[in-house]
Design a binder for this molecule. Structure first.
Ligand code: FES
Ligand code: FE
Length: 473
């Protein structure tokens, strides 16, 4: 006899089916049971962004980090390896790292004094012989480390699942776009300062979903920001000309919204980096074709499933100055039901002249930071979304949200089969397929069973809106 599906399994089946019709249940944006499932099934399995190598340049450098709500230490150990250590003492479980950042050869637990090398290995304990004699095998009592850590263009990712695929497999086609963003810089990238962290009373998915490519909100929610001239080259009024970009479902729940300037249009290239910065860019790692695409790129926003996002646009800090290329990266960290902590870093190509570094930092703080114009605009409706998701009446209604834009026959966006990059591309950006792909991957991770396999082209097509023409994928 078949066992009865659990209420959660049934909910996930219904959600998966409803996505093909462009619906997302409001409930997922504020629900303790769903959050518990996410922490257990997404954050202890998926590859997540931990930090950038430039935050820990020297041996012994460390920074405190989180995976889901769990504490970790990102450290460059004395052997030169970058490690992601679980910050939980093996004796009674207290945290051993008590500073946000620093340099240390050893981590000593404040409770009873058990001490670990910066490789995570057990180094010693008070009264060791008297307390444990020869009974304790030191090699077995080191800190736990993330079973997988990989670095891409200096960006450190980790997965807590021994069965996880390689980072490259996990990223799928998204790697092509991360290479496009970061591979052109011959000296690599670096963070400017510490990540800014701030709590928003909203679900973490509101941010991750938005950065998949919610261009639809840009010229409405951010109208006042745009009217004061922060974004350059925006057409006045309600012109859809501002939405002439590409949406790409890059597979496995990852997505990017990408804007190009036509080759004949003079002006910013390489996301607006000026010649004194762009002189460090080369086609060596990208190949000439992708390098040409980078040359003509003016804006990108995207999400690597589950909660790592990026944004690159030339933005203006003041009317007196020209636009400044702004590249920000961020994690939307779950903290509780309807509560997340946003971690936001500003990055720039290594070797960027000091004056431009200062400008890009200032522009980022003025736009995508706790006090930034865009950020404040965005946070409010995300908070409101979590609030309505928690309403008794919303629950009673089983309210569904509209993710129908771009479903076959429902919009002007059409599939572009000859787009320069891989994945399922649409033009223009008035379509929700990027969001549906994200939520479809979410459902796959939330299900019981083994590590979710890569999304098939059929599943991607279905999320892209082809479901009505060629059946379920
Ligand atoms: Fe860490 Fe006892 S809990 S030494
Ligand atoms: Fe926004």
């Amino acid at each position: 006899m078949q066992p009865h599906p659990t209420p959660m399994a049934q909910f996930l089946d219904e959600f998966d089916a409803s996505l093909l019709e462009g619906s997302v249940p409001l409930r997922v944006f504020n629900d303790p049971e769903i959050l518990d499932g996410e922490l257990e099934r997404i954050f202890t399995r998926a590859w997540v962004f931990i930090g950038h190598e430039s935050e820990i340049p020297a041996r012994g450098d460390y920074v405190q980090r989180r995976i889901g709500r769990d504490p970790f230490v990102l450290v460059r150990s004395d052997d030169g390896e970058v490690r992601v250590l679980f910050d939980a003492c093996r004796h009674r479980g207290a945290m051993v790292c008590r500073a946000e950042r620093g340099n240390a050869a050893l981590f000593r637990c404040p409770y009873h004094g058990w001490t670990y090398k910066n490789t995570g290995e057990f180094a010693g304990a008070p009264f060791f012989r008297a307390a444990y004699g020869s009974e304790l095998d030191k090699s077995e009592w080191g800190l736990y480390a993330a079973p997988h850590t990989e670095i891409l263009h200096g960006f450190v990712f980790a997965s807590l699942d021994p069965d996880a695929p390689t980072l490259e497999e996990y990223l799928g086609d998204m790697k092509w776009y991360l290479d496009l963003l970061w591979g052109q810089c011959k000296d690599g990238w670096e963070v400017i300062g510490d990540p800014q962290r701030f709590v928003v009373e909203a679900d973490w998915k509101s941010g991750a979903d938005n950065f998949c490519g919610d261009d639809y909100h840009t010229f409405y929610l951010h109208r006042s920001t745009i009217e004061i001239g922060v974004m350059d080259g925006v057409k006045r009024g309600d012109s859809t000309e501002n939405l002439q970009g590409y949406h790409v479902q890059a597979g496995n729940g990852h997505a990017i919204s990408h804007f190009l300037v036509p080759p004949e249009v003079p002006g910013p290239r390489f996301w607006g980096y000026p010649p004194e910065v762009a002189e460090r860019f080369t086609p060596d790692k990208l190949g000439q074709e992708r390098y040409e695409l980078a040359k003509h790129s003016i804006g990108s926003v995207g999400t690597v499933f589950p909660n790592f996002s990026f944004l690159a646009f030339p933005l203006r800090h003041s009317r007196k100055e020209g636009p400044v290329s702004t590249m920000v990266i961020r994690c939307f960290q779950p903290r509780g039901p309807a509560e997340m902590e946003i971690w936001a870093w500003v990055i720039c190509p290594k070797g960027t002249p000091e004056e431009y570094r200062r400008k890009t930092y200032r522009t980022s703080m003025g736009t995508f930071s706790a006090g930034g114009t865009f950020e404040q605009d965005d946070s409010e409706p995300w908070i409101a979304q979590a609030r309505t998701a928690g309403t008794a009446y919303g629950r009673k209604l089983g309210m569904e949200l509209n993710y129908k834009m771009g479903l076959k026959g429902a919009a002007s966006a059409t599939r572009v089969d000859d787009f320069a990059g891989p994945g399922v591309a649409f033009y223009p950006v008035l379509e929700d397929g990027v969001h549906r792909g994200f939520h479809r991957r979410w459902v796959q991770f939330m299900r019981e069973g083994g590590y979710p396999s890569a999304m098939t082209p059929e599943q991607q097509n279905a999320s892209a809106g082809e479901a009505r023409s060629n059946g379920d994928g």
